[in-house]
Ligand binder design. Structure first.
Ligand code: 3PG
Length: 209
């Protein structure tokens, strides 16, 4: 599979962000996402089972699986050991970035301001997550922030759903849009994989228009 993350994200256009309470749901969840046409997924390190979930979903084979909510170099190490192919963080932390570089795994830090973006550039990164995109002002903020940084590519995430997806993707600096709306903890609680598949397929379809 492809190891060039910007290329993976540019091909996928949609990045499902998953907070998975139990590893028992990892298999059917990966099936539902892949059946809906997702090509990648981010498993947040917010649940005790996160490492096992990364491992199980990576083994599925149909998805490029990364780790999200990675806050420390130690978590980055554990995520990569579990099979994470990329690392996402809600903010920018030099130690996390350095650790990911050492591990040879792409990292997408969150930025909310031009100053944070300049730190990411200084660290040699060209892809960042705009987080939390909608509360920060959405597309209008993305446009304003992207203008002075013509080489930076964005993965806006936070408060985005199917209704806002296409508008973000229409901006040339947006590689992909992240979000949890396709597979929420509530869907997983109910075991509603049909709905996860449906929402994923809807997002993938809208990402192609
Ligand atoms: C994340 O960690 O990226 C966010 O929780 C995803 O944002 P959303 O839940 O608002 O889609």
């Amino acid at each position: 599979t492809d190891t060039d993350l910007p290329r993976v994200l540019a091909g996928a256009r949609v990045l499902p962000v998953l907070t998975v309470p139990s590893v028992a749901t990892a298999g059917p969840l990966a099936d539902a996402l892949a059946a809906g046409g997702a090509r990648c997924a981010e498993v947040t390190f917010r649940t005790p089972d996160a490492e096992l979930v990364v491992k199980a979903m990576a083994a599925h084979g149909g998805l490029v699986v990364g780790a999200g909510t990675v806050l420390t170099p130690q978590q980055a190490e554990r995520a990569v050991a579990a099979g994470a192919r990329f690392v996402v963080s809600p903010g920018f932390d030099e130690e996390v970035v350095a650790k990911c570089r050492e591990l040879g795994v792409p990292v997408v830090p969150g930025v909310a301001t031009a100053t944070e973006l300049m730190r990411a550039l200084k660290a040699g990164l060209d892809t960042v997550k705009l987080f939390p995109a909608e509360p920060l002002g959405g597309l209008q903020t993305l446009r304003a922030l992207a203008a002075p940084f013509p080489r930076t590519r964005f993965v806006p995430t936070g408060g985005i759903d199917a209704s806002r997806l296409a508008a973000y993707l229409a901006h040339p600096a947006v590689l992909a849009v992240g979000g949890s709306w396709m597979a929420t903890p509530d869907h997983l609680d109910r075991g509603d994989y049909g709905e996860i598949r449906r929402l994923t397929a809807q997002a993938v379809e809208r990402s192609m228009t």
